[in-house]
Design a protein around this ligand. Structure first.
Ligand code: GLN
Length: 201
């Protein structure tokens, strides 16, 4: 049995790490840079990087509209960090011309963790993941300031300066984390996404 085909938006950012994590989790992972590639995937990962740069490139490469349409039709998606920003309904502290897909009903604020905790790591209990807490790496992460009624909070930071902050969410077939599981070798979250995509195929 072969796994589902999952694309990684490959305009900028942590593309290779997600491709590797998805392959390790049982998917056929492919980079996505053009509309024909958007049409061919069963699910899409939006990586970390710089959301305003990715926004510019999405428009320049005529990828914004094809991806927005597939997401609106129910394409499963997972966004980490800048990818979470791109999936969000509303983005604060961004550039006025930056676009996002409105695929999950959350409001995020960019670079909002403040200077002392610009980058940090934390152990997280993530709903749906069995075993040990997940080591989460945060790098100039977005803060989730609002979640809609249909959005399930999967993880919050337990302690330290960022205690209580929402850092993983899911709404139907869309997952988003403000941290980077692709950087730690823990494949549980990618496996959960691959399973979600496989179930919908
Ligand atoms: N601060 C970045 C942005 O706003 C996100 C950082 C990341 O993806 N690690 O796009």
């Amino acid at each position: 049995m072969t796994g589902p085909t999952i694309g990684v938006l490959a305009l900028q950012g942590g593309v290779r790490e997600h491709l590797e994590a998805l392959e390790a989790a049982g998917a056929i992972a492919v980079p996505v840079r053009r509309a024909s590639e958007v049409a061919a995937v069963d699910g899409l990962v939006l990586p970390g990087g710089e959301s305003t740069t990715m926004s510019n490139l999405l428009l320049a490469f005529d990828l914004y509209e094809p991806i927005r349409q597939r997401l609106a039709e129910g394409l499963p998606a997972y966004g980490s960090c800048a990818g979470m920003i791109l999936l969000a309904d509303e983005v604060l502290d961004t550039r006025p011309d930056a676009v996002s897909f409105g695929a999950i009903d959350i409001t995020v604020r960019r670079n909002a963790f403040g200077r002392q905790i610009d980058s940090f790591e934390a152990d997280l209990a993530v709903t749906g993941l069995e075993g040990d807490p997940m080591r989460a790496v945060f790098i100039r992460a977005p803060l989730v300031e609002r979640v809609g009624d249909a959005v399930e909070v999967l993880a919050t930071v337990a302690e330290g300066p960022a205690a209580g902050r929402i850092v993983a969410v899911r709404s139907g077939q869309v997952l988003a984390t403000s941290f980077h599981p692709e950087m730690t070798g823990d494949r549980r979250l990618h496996r959960q996404f691959v399973d979600l995509v496989a179930q919908r195929g």
